[in-house]
Design a binder for this molecule. Structure first.
Ligand SMILES: [Zn+2]
Length: 238
């Protein structure tokens, strides 16, 4: 019997990581979806979405982990409920290298380290992530350079005689509208994804993540069936 090639797919339940997981499936990997709750407001909704996505993609396993210390460390409006998440006109989707309050310090480094531990345990060859050019404008831990350097570290982070997994970021050069087009092409379950930072049942429609989602569908020329609670004001580009 041929041994399946295994991929851990880091999945937040959003569009990017769901498209990346679907690409992994097309490349013939056995999928092990991985979601981390790190104190983010939307953790419960994300987990609900990831469970549906895992079932849709026929994932072999669904792994939920808790990384509780980010909440204690603070420093982000995603994990600190005493701070407000920017909405509407407070959001600028196109500013480069400006750190929004939704930045979680070193989150992707810790997330990938945890996913790498899981990958070593199950002998996964690859770790798929949804990092992309749109997010990399504000979040340096979404960049190609980050992936390259992380992979170099990973070679010395696993046991002797373990084959280090490789982090694969198939969307790293793409903006949101191209990711949505790619998602349609590979038949990713975009209808099951959840993007909102606030974590309410329906998408708020005006947080940074909802605005990226709205604009992405619009620019891709793809019908957006998401139910948004609010319409953006004074944000003509979204
Ligand atoms: Zn939102």
């Amino acid at each position: 019997m041929v041994k399946a090639k295994i991929a851990v797919c880091v999945c937040s339940g959003g569009i990017d990581s769901t498209v990346a997981a679907t690409i992994a499936l097309h490349e013939g990997y056995e999928l092990h979806l991985f979601h981390a709750s790190y104190g983010q407001r939307a953790a419960k909704r994300e987990k609900e979405a990831v469970a549906k996505i895992a079932a849709y993609l026929g994932a072999k396993e669904l792994k939920f982990v808790e990384i509780p210390f980010f909440k204690e460390l603070g420093g982000s409006s995603l994990t600190d409920i005493t701070r407000s998440v920017p909405v509407g006109e407070e959001v600028n989707l196109d500013k480069e290298k400006e750190t929004p309050s939704t930045w979680v310090p070193c989150r992707n480094l810790v997330l990938l380290a945890t996913a790498s531990a899981y990958a070593e345990v199950i002998s996964a060859e690859a770790i798929f992530v949804g990092f992309n050019a749109e997010e990399a404008r504000s979040y340096p831990d979404n960049s190609n350079e980050f992936v390259k350097r992380y992979n170099a570290v990973l070679e010395k982070a696993v046991a002797f005689f373990s084959l280090p997994p490789t982090v694969k970021a198939p969307l790293v050069d793409l903006l949101k509208h191209d990711i949505i087009k790619k998602g349609i092409e590979v038949k990713a379950p975009l209808h099951l994804t959840y993007s909102c930072y606030l974590g309410e049942e329906k998408h708020c429609g005006v947080c940074e993540s909802c605005l990226h989602r709205r604009r992405g569908f619009k620019e891709a020329g793809v019908e957006d069936t998401t139910v948004y609670v609010n319409k953006p004001k004074g944000n003509p580009k979204s």
